[in-house]
Design a binder for this molecule. Structure first.
Ligand SMILES: [Zn+2]
Length: 299
């Protein structure tokens, strides 16, 4: 359970739970998310951001089945039905226990330090109880919440989903398994998600996080597709996204709420078809994270 006196272990680096097994390259999907973990981590290292890359175990079949219908898990893992990318690519299948494992490991680390940790992956929040979609196959957010609850490590978990898109899969699992007594799912409504509402939203955001004092853990989806130039987005400028992330981290730190964050969506491309515009947003999230949590500041 969360430390009552809210002690935060000082961090020298931001823990990042990455291993190559998380990556499925060349999936040929519109979404670059299956290959993104490696690119994001390499980018942070290239930029000299103060991260520490750590190993972790994949989630178990039982942990997957605590959040999803067992037939759905079995069929996906045996390549009998399409994953969230709409295919049965074996590389994607193999990566799934690792992407959720990264989120679970980041959450464990955040609980242990009282501070923060990162899962450099995507592909969770559209995955419902018995179906995937929108590049999401298994819901690593719910898998994490349920695994930690079962182990008695948390009583209440909050999910702040600031991806451009609504976490319909998260909502579905919460409904199917009746989890709303201990899981809070916060997103942004369509009426708020307008460029001319962004400043108003950012003003309210600290208060929104402050309202989570009673929770043991925050799972934060720092979606890059909320960017105003995103083809599937967006409503915030680069500067507003930077402030968004800083506000979330600073407010959570202030109230002693441990944060595990992930990359979530982002679909911008540069002229060569690369994802530099998306990496640039994730880079700023990591920089904001380091600025809030580390004693020694990154440049
Ligand atoms: Zn999205």
């Amino acid at each position: 359970m969360k430390n009552d006196n809210k002690t935060i272990t000082p961090l020298n680096t931001i823990p990042v739970f990455y291993r190559p097994e998380m990556v499925a390259a060349n999936v040929g999907a519109y979404s670059p998310s299956a290959a993104k973990p490696a690119q994001a981590v390499a980018d942070w290292q290239r930029q000299g951001l103060p991260i520490e890359v750590l190993e972790f175990p994949p989630v178990t079949e039982a942990q997957l089945k605590a959040a999803h219908h067992e037939f759905y898990v079995d069929r996906v893992m045996h390549g009998l039905i399409a994953n969230g990318f709409g295919n049965t690519d074996a590389q994607v299948t193999a990566s799934l226990p690792y992407t959720s494992g990264s989120m679970l490991a980041a959450a464990r680390a955040a609980l242990a330090s009282g501070a923060v940790a990162c899962a450099p992956c995507s592909g969770f929040h559209h995955a419902g109880y018995a179906e995937g979609g929108g590049y999401c196959t298994f819901n690593g957010l719910m898998i994490t919440a349920l695994a930690l609850k079962a182990e008695g490590l948390v009583k209440k978990v909050a999910i702040l989903d600031l991806d451009q898109h609504f976490g319909d899969g998260t909502q579905d699992i919460m409904g199917q398994l009746k989890l709303s007594t201990w899981v809070k799912h916060l997103g942004v409504g369509p009426m708020e998600k307008q460029a001319d509402e962004a400043e108003r939203y950012l003003k309210r955001l600290p208060e929104l996080v402050d309202g989570l004092k009673a929770y043991d853990l925050l799972l934060y989806q720092a979606g890059a597709d909320a960017h105003i130039n995103d083809p599937l987005g967006g409503w915030m400028t680069s500067d507003q996204l930077r402030r968004r992330d800083r506000i979330v981290f600073a407010a959570a730190k202030r109230i002693g709420l441990p944060v595990a964050w992930n990359l979530a969506g982002g679909y911008q491309r540069d002229a060569d078809g690369g994802i530099e515009p998306v990496l640039a947003i994730h880079r700023e999230t990591m920089r904001a994270c380091a600025q809030v949590y580390l004693e020694r500041q990154p440049r």
